[in-house]
Design a protein around this ligand. Structure first.
Ligand code: SF4
Ligand code: SF4
Length: 195
């Protein structure tokens, strides 16, 4: 009895094993709480269930188009800046050509090899036309090494509404930039008519 009292005094007024009991109490509380409080359910049954991703999370780039027609609304003008700046050189662009072979300001080919892409977002930062953005797709692994991971223009094209849902903050900033640019061009045109 004297030894127990001495241990009680040395451990700052805690009985031997009380920590274990407190720990078990926390476990019990969480276990019972998990039947009533969804926030205590920390296990997500992936892939059936998925946690919402933070707005700034990113995986691979995609191309944005405006309106309903991906080809007509394509923002990319095939300036190839992103292709030049991409550190692992995983973007491949070929311009459309007119009947005389002169390059048009549109990509005939726009491929991204996502087996090489390192999701750095540099292509997005350097694009002067807000034509390319980062997606949040993941779990797209495949056994094949090459073709399925080379995404072509048709697979990369997504409407601006998709971007708005994916990233309301970044898309609002991009929309505002584009609107300001449109207003500037309209003003310039108006001034040109008067002059
Ligand atoms: S995210 Fe980076 S690595 Fe991927 S395509 Fe863009 S620039 Fe290249
Ligand atoms: S995505 Fe942007 S930077 Fe890349 S080619 Fe198109 S317009 Fe130029």
């Amino acid at each position: 009895m004297e030894r127990m009292a001495s241990h009680y005094r040395k451990s700052g007024g805690r009985w031997l094993g009380s920590g274990i009991l407190r720990g078990m109490g926390v476990t019990l509380k969480n276990w019972i709480g998990s039947y009533f409080d969804p926030s205590r359910l920390v296990t997500v049954c992936y892939p059936g269930e998925r946690l919402p991703l933070p707005e700034n999370s990113r995986s691979f780039p995609f191309l944005i188009y405006d309106g309903d027609d991906p080809e007509a609304g394509l923002r990319c003008v095939a300036c190839r800046i992103c292709e030049k700046e991409c550190p692992p050189e995983c973007i491949h662009i070929e311009n459309e050509r007119d009947e005389n072979g002169k390059p048009r300001k549109r990509p005939a080919v726009f491929d991204i090899d996502i087996s090489v892409c390192m999701s750095c977002q540099i292509c997005v930062e350097v694009c002067p036309f807000d034509a390319i953005e980062m997606d949040q797709i993941y779990a797209i692994s495949t056994n094949a090494r090459f073709e399925p991971l080379r995404l072509h223009k048709e697979q990369l094209l997504k409407p601006n509404e998709y971007f708005r849902e994916l990233s309301p903050t970044r898309s609002a900033a991009a929309d505002a930039r584009r609107e300001a640019e449109r207003a500037k061009q309209a003003k310039k045109k108006e001034a040109g008519k008067k002059g």
